[in-house]
Write a protein that binds this ligand. Structure first.
Ligand code: OFO
Length: 170
């Protein structure tokens, strides 16, 4: 049985992951509107992965006989100044998610909930990858600046990304 404090924090994290999914779908729409279909597709994969993250937590709460409490998903931004700006926002967002996962992890220590802590280890590792992936794209965009051919090549490369379930826990 989950302690109330942990159940509350997990439900808040489910909501944060769903908000992330919605944010990335909005970023996908922006990239498509800017004529960057590969980047749009990249964010569509992000959208699906975030839904997976929410689903892993959803499954876990149920498996511990807790109560899933789905909350409203707040509105997300729909406009950015540039493609670079979108990826920079995405990095800032991932850093804030890393922080909330870390807080959740610390709470499980304080509450001696080692089963939840063990499940969260996957998220700790995933966040390292999430931040690294976006940072690499930002570095590449900064390197090519306004070079049209460079942007075309990055768009093409990002369009190769395909979705696969984030974890067997989904
Ligand atoms: Fe769920 O990791 Fe991104 O937000």
């Amino acid at each position: 049985m989950l302690k109330k404090k942990i159940e509350e924090a997990l439900n808040a994290q489910i909501n944060a992951e769903m908000w992330s999914a919605y944010l990335y779908l909005s970023m996908a729409a922006y990239c498509h509107a800017q004529g960057q279909p590969g980047m749009g597709k990249w964010f569509e994969v992000q959208f699906k992965e975030e839904q997976d993250h929410a689903k892993i937590l959803f499954n876990y709460v149920i498996s511990r006989n807790g109560k899933v409490d789905l909350r409203p998903i707040e509105a997300v931004p729909t406009e950015w100044n540039s493609i670079l700006n979108v990826f920079e926002h995405s990095l800032r967002h991932e850093q804030s998610i890393t922080e909330s996962i870390n807080k959740l992890f610390a709470l499980t220590s304080a509450e001696n909930d080692y089963a939840t802590q063990s499940m969260l280890q996957w998220f700790i590792d995933e966040q390292v990858e999430e931040e690294e992936n976006v940072q690499t794209i930002i570095d590449n965009l900064n390197m090519i600046k306004d070079n049209g051919y460079g942007i075309y090549m990055i768009d093409k490369e990002l369009g190769q990304r395909t979705y696969k379930a984030a974890s067997p826990l989904v």
